[in-house]
Every structure is written in structure tokens, then in C-alpha cells.
Design a protein around this ligand. Structure first.
Ligand code: C5P
Length: 224
């Protein structure tokens, strides 16, 4: 069976990452959470007070950033490291969610991340999720999925996810964040979120997690 490249794109909080992670585990493929990379850049920019409107400051900051993924020994999950430090928890906080879409509009940031992502996909056998994976990072991916879900369902799922990580966030605040990110992500000039023509739409509003995973694994099987 040949190893394939699976691209999963879609709106914020429609279950892309958890689904992609499980699909990769079942296929014994590498999983890359491209959102975690943009979140790590955002964390660095915030902590170092990087002036996002100054191209020189942005370029310097990008040259100082090293993002890697390492498998956790006991959970087996991939965790995100920024300059050698595990930032997996921090990058999911609301302060990052509130700024990440703005940082992700910067052309130099996108170029740096896309170049890294393309390298990660060289050996195939990869599942990557994000906003521009099927359109820009892997335009020739063997399988492209575009995930969606009703807005209210997405907001409730995200609130629960934050609650499970001990972050209590008002549902209205979660909704405002998702709305803002969807708008910036779909209207930005640089590689906006679009549904690639050859992508298969998976609406998870009424799907159980197991169902959506099985559906994608089945689609993957038909491309191998
Ligand atoms: O996937 P996640 O919600 O963690 O992504 C956080 C943000 O990173 C998105 O709202 C988007 O602004 C940005 N992003 C992007 N391109 C990607 C992945 C994420 O612009 N491929």
C-alpha cells in the first residue's frame, strides 16, 4: 500500500485536530498540527513584544524561532516545542487564540511556516490540519478534507475543551473569538481559508467523533 498525504482544512473548532490526530494514529502516519505552529509564533511575538507592523522585527523574530514536535513518552501524543520548551498547554490559552489570526495574516510568517510544513511532508505518510493545507501547503495531496460544523456546536465544543483544560471561558467570549478568527482567516489576502475544489466536505455537526474518524480513514483507504 502506498503512503499518502492527507490535508484537513476547515473553520476553527470543528474538530479538525482531534480527528486528524486519531486518523494519523490509526494509519500509523505522522500528524502535524499546523495551527500549533502559528500559535507558537504568536506566543513568541507576545512574549517578546514583537512589533508586527515592522517587517524587520518580524524577520528577526522568525529567525529566532525554532518549532518542533515531540512525542510524549506516556501519552504518545505529539507536543509542540518552541525553542526547546514544551508550549503545548500555553498555546491553547485564550490570549493566544485572541491574537493568532492577526499574526497569521503576516506574509513572512506564512512563508516561514509553509516552508517548514512542506519539508515535513516530504516523506509522505502524513496527516496535516489547518486552513491552507490543501490549497497551499500540499496542493497535490492525495486526500483533501474540508471540515465544517454548525457555529453553535463548534462554540460549545471549544468551551468544553477549554473547561477540560481548567480554563473557564464564557460561551459568548468563545463565540466572539471564533467569529473573529473565521472572519480574519477567510478574508485575509495571504492564503485565506477556502474549500479546495477537489476537497471532500465533512460536516461534523451530527457526527460522533468515532464516525468522522472512520469516514476519513475509509476515504484514505480508497486512495492508497
Ligand atoms: O487550528 P487552530 O485553530 O489551532 O489555528 C489557530 C489559528 O492559526 C487559525 O485561526 C488561523 O488564524 C491560523 N492558521 C492558519 N493557517 C493554518 C493553520 C492555522 O492561518 N494552516
Amino acid at each position: 500500500m502506498k503512503k499518502i498525504v492527507i490535508a484537513i482544512d476547515g473553520y476553527s473548532a470543528c474538530g479538525k485536530s482531534s480527528t486528524a490526530k486519531q486518523v494519523a494514529a490509526l494509519l500509523k502516519y505522522k500528524y502535524v498540527d499546523s495551527g500549533a505552529m502559528y500559535r507558537s509564533v504568536t506566543l513568541y511575538f507576545l512574549e517578546h513584544y514583537v512589533d508586527m507592523d515592522n517587517p524587520k522585527s518580524v524577520a528577526r523574530a522568525l529567525s529566532e524561532i525554532d518549532i518542533t514536535f515531540h512525542r510524549h513518552e506516556t501519552t504518545g501524543q505529539n507536543e509542540t516545542f518552541l525553542n526547546g520548551l514544551n508550549v503545548e498547554k500555553e498555546i491553547r490559552e485564550m490570549r493566544i487564540s485572541d491574537n493568532v489570526s492577526q499574526v497569521s495574516t503576516i506574509k513572512a510568517v506564512r512563508e516561514a511556516m509553509v516552508s517548514l510544513q512542506k519539508k515535513m511532508g516530504k516523506s509522505k505518510g502524513i496527516v496535516m490540519d489547518g486552513r491552507d493545507i490543501g490549497s497551499v501547503v500540499f496542493p497535490t495531496a492525495d486526500l483533501k478534507i474540508f471540515m465544517t460544523a454548525d457555529f453553535d456546536v463548534r462554540a460549545e465544543r471549544r468551551q468544553k475543551e477549554l473547561f477540560d483544560k481548567n480554563e473557564l471561558v464564557d460561551l459568548d467570549d468563545v463565540k466572539a473569538n471564533l467569529k473573529k478568527r473565521d472572519l480574519i482567516d477567510t478574508t485575509r489576502a495571504e492564503s485565506p481559508l477556502i474549500k479546495p475544489e477537489d476537497a471532500i466536505v465533512v460536516d461534523t455537526t451530527h457526527m460522533f467523533f468515532k464516525e468522522q474518524v472512520e469516514h476519513i480513514v475509509q476515504l484514505a483507504g480508497s486512495r492508497m
